[in-house]
Structure formats: structure tokens, C-alpha cells
Ligand binder design. Sequence first.
Ligand code: AAT
Length: 286
Amino acid sequence: IKPGWFSEVDDLWPGVSLSLEVVKILHRERSEYQDVMVIDTRSYGRTLILDGIIQCTERDEFAYQEMIAFLPLCSHPNPKTVLIVGGGDGGVAREVAKHPQVEQITQVEIDPKVLEVSKTYLPHMGIGLQHPKVTLNVGDGFQFLKQHQGEFDVIITDSSDPIGPAKCLFQESYFSLMKTALKPGGIVCSQAGTAWLNLNHVKDTVQHCKAIFPVTAYGVASVPTYPTGQIGFVLGGLSPETNFKQAQKVFTERELDQMNMKYYNSEVHQAAFVLPRFITKTLNDA
Ligand code: AAT
């Protein structure tokens, strides 16, 4: 590892690592749950790192946050109430709040330090947490869901990778709890890892989703600072009429400009579900 560089080394991606040149370490502490760090980097701006894993960078965060929010929101005919699990940086809340049909956003993040650090060092994301539509809770998403039934049109799980506090958010029992917390016709969307490194992980997550939801899909987005530069999402729908591959809500160019969308539009929505053969074949068996 070169001095002055941050390298993302983890057993989730053995033998590969993305490195960013560090300009300055802005913050570092050990919270109750994880190691929390914010660095300034030469090419990607400010970067949030939890337990040594990149959560988001200033320069490319829009790709992930727009997609994890708008794939499920635009697949739902009328998404009024939304739950966000995780997402402590606030980027997903910022995106969900842009959708004109959304009235109420509930969020549950386990680590108050992430919320604090984001408001201080990543204000363009942290601002999402302060939106008037947002009610913020501090706690474990898994436990939170046990207390909520039939409340949400859409549940977005913006979770860290399946180690540490996020492990429980990838289990079949979690998909089952989400199902119970949804309103009729509800939709879920979870961060589900990349097929290039963790195809078996992706397959397991899709399998859990398929076991609980009648309609499912796996879609991808390109995010240069996530391992392999690609991240996937698993979506599940309660209604057999849900078709993830075709956006229900189509925004005009003008609306997309007004919403300051930099990645998402309805063509990108459709394209997210067009997958290479090695992925489709594996997931069809799930
Ligand atoms: N917005 C993109 C960044 C994330 S953040 C993931 C968040 O999930 C973190 O703030 C973490 O504290 C929170 N979290 C982890 N476990 C739980 C839990 N059980 N309940 C609630 N919140 C939780 C995603 C990065 C993806 C990285 C891909 N390599």
C-alpha cells in the first residue's frame, strides 16, 4: 500500500482493491458499531469510509443514491410512504424527497455517529436528513421492522455490506419482515452487491427475495468507487402487476433537470435490468 493512499482491502473482495490518493484525513473515530472515517481525496472529493469500506464519495455518490431510490419509486404507481433502512449519509433521503408523490419518509440508521459526521463533513448529502418530509430514527433496521406492519409503499435498504451490523439485512427473515411492513402493492429495494466479485452472495440475496415476493428483479448501476465499479440492487414486489423493467412514472427532461437528476431517467431504468448472460443464468437458478 503506497503512503498517502487509501486502499479498500477486504475479504469480501479477496485479491482486489480500489485505491484513492488522500489529500487529508478530516475525521476518524471508533463508534459503538464501526470505525468511522471521512477523508478528502484527490480525484473523488470527500469520502465516507466505514470499517475500511468506501460508502460514498462526493463525485460519484449520485449514481448509487439516485438508482437505489428511483428504481423502486418509479416502479410503484403511487409511492406516498417510504422507509429507508441505513443510509446514514443522507444521500438516499435527499433523492427520495425529490419524488413528487412521496409524502412521508421514515428512516432508521443504526449509527448516530454516521449521521453526525455526514451533517458536518458531507453537507450536500447530510441535507437529506433535515428535509421536512423525513422522520429520523436511530436503531437497528431489523428490530425496527418488527414493530411496523402495513405502513410503507416502498422500503429501501441502503445498507453497508453483509458484515458487522448489516449482516442481518441480507437474511431471508429480513425480507419477510419487510413484506409484513409493506402496504398492499408495496415494493422493496436492497443494496445487493456486485456480480463480478460476489455472484454467490448476489444469488443468495435474490433467492431470499424470491422466497418472499411474487415479483423480483436484479438491476445494476455503474459506480466507479465501489468494488469492480458496479453495484446491484434486488427488488421485490407484492403485486403480480409490478413490472420492474418498465418505469411506471416517466419524468420529462425538464422535470429531471428541475430535480437535478444526473444519472436516472426512464431509459436508464429499463437498461439497469438488461444483464450479461453469466448473471442472468446464475440468477435464473436462484
Ligand atoms: N448511501 C450509501 C452508503 C451506504 S451507507 C450504509 C449505512 O447502513 C451505514 O450508515 C450503516 O451505519 C448503516 N447500517 C448498517 N447496519 C444497519 C442496521 N442493521 N440497521 C440500520 N442501519 C444499518 C451503503 C454503502 C454500500 C457499500 C458497497 N460496497
